[in-house]
Design a protein around this ligand. Structure first.
Ligand code: ZN
Length: 384
């Protein structure tokens, strides 16, 4: 009676082995897919090159008003291809405290080990929570959240600064009837206690915040502020959480903090990138390349334009050459017909990238250039 069972076990083992051999290359291939946004090559921003880190620096767990255990946030981050996350539970608002006792540092402690094992940078944070105005502020890179638990807002923000934290103003347009830059914001800013602002939170973009960041040289952030479990199984151009792209010298907490302090960020919210011109220009140039050029007539050419990032880039013509509107599909290639000016040796297409916002309602000006000597002549087929 034992024999058939043994045979069955062997058969199962062989099937399992075969399955693992068949599945292994697929799993490997999945890890090898292109990143959603390329790194910035050396020289592009006057530096030695930067890693483009995908970060969500504002999320909640059951230790404040979130619906999930801290480790869930780590698993979501892995699934969605994030590099760094900060759990920033509210200090002053803990509706689950009868079941989950107040312990300001605990959500970080619980998530730290799985985050380390899974390659996610986990940053300790907290949300300082006040009525609007002044509103809510995240302090991240904290050593200990406890000293921030104090009545006076400037005291709490100072306590965070005493720990060398990075502090940003959350969802400044959350309550449209009470939004605005108030004296308290000036106080924090003048003390150098405020380092950034969320220009996007979830699906909302705040044009005012974008303007303030440009005027006051504050760092732009975009975060999910997620409370419920994330239902995203894979980050795609059409389905992704709002995140901050941080251009860091390496993938370490120290390099992330340095990049945030220097303002090297861009925000990916829906099908938009929001940021300062230099950074959007760098990410555009790292992502978009003119590929093959084919001569179609004496002065007419077909250009392949490759877009290596997760944004469907919407271009509107500025110059005389090329179609009036042009879509560069995310992770795809567009073919464009363009006509060379008389006597010119190089094609130069001038456009505005309308969904790379360098200021409210202002797209990034871009140029696509190609030398035409390298073009292949398309010889007509010879008649029989
Ligand atoms: Zn929040």
């Amino acid at each position: 009676m034992e024999r058939p069972n043994e045979m069955k076990k062997i058969k199962i083992a062989v099937i399992a082995l075969l399955a693992s051999i068949l599945i292994a290359p697929l799993a490997f291939a999945a890890q090898e897919t292109a990143p959603l946004f390329p790194d910035i090559p050396p020289g592009a921003l006057g530096g030695l090159g930067y890693k483009t880190l995908k970060c969500d620096l504002h999320m909640h767990t059951v230790f404040s008003d979130g619906d999930v255990w801290p480790t869930v946030r780590v698993d979501e981050a892995v699934r969605e291809g994030l590099d760094a996350v900060a759990i920033a539970d509210h200090i002053e608002y803990q509706p689950h405290k009868e079941d989950v006792p107040t312990n300001f540092n605990r959500s970080f402690e619980i998530a730290a080990e799985p985050a380390g094992k899974k390659g996610i940078l986990l940053i300790k944070g907290a949300e300082i929570t006040r009525d609007t105005p002044p509103g809510h502020f995240n302090a991240i890179f904290l050593d200990d959240v406890k000293p921030l638990d104090t009545n006076d807002l400037p005291d709490a923000v100072k306590a965070a600064n005493d720990q060398n934290a990075f502090i940003f103003w959350n969802h400044p347009g959350w309550k449209p009837d009470k939004k605005g830059w108030f004296d308290i914001h000036t106080t924090l800013y003048q003390n150098k206690w405020l380092h950034g602002i969320e220009v996007a939170n979830g699906e909302d973009y705040y044009a005012d915040a974008h303007k303030w960041c440009l005027e006051k040289n504050l760092t732009m952030l975009g975060n999910s502020d997620i409370h419920a479990p994330s239902l995203i199984t894979e980050t795609t151009p059409d389905n992704h959480r709002t995140m901050t792209l941080v251009f860091a010298k390496e993938k370490t907490p120290e390099a992330l903090k340095e990049a945030l302090a220097e303002g090297r960020t861009a925000v990916w919210c829906k099908n938009q990138l929001i940021g300062k011109e230099d950074f959007l220009d760098a990410i555009f140039k790292a992502s978009v390349k003119v590929g093959d050029i084919q001569r179609k007539g004496r002065r007419t050419f077909n250009l392949q334009i490759v877009n290596n990032c997760a944004l469907n880039i919407e271009l509107q013509r500025l110059g005389d050459i090329g179609p009036a509107e042009l879509l560069l599909p995310a992770m795809g290639t567009a073919v464009v017909q363009a006509r060379l000016a008389k006597g010119a040796k190089r094609l130069e297409l001038s456009y505005i990238a309308q969904n790379l916002l360098i200021a409210p309602e202002n797209g990034l000006p871009v140029k696509l250039t190609a030398l035409v000597q390298q073009a292949q002549q398309n010889k007509p087929a010879r008649r029989a």
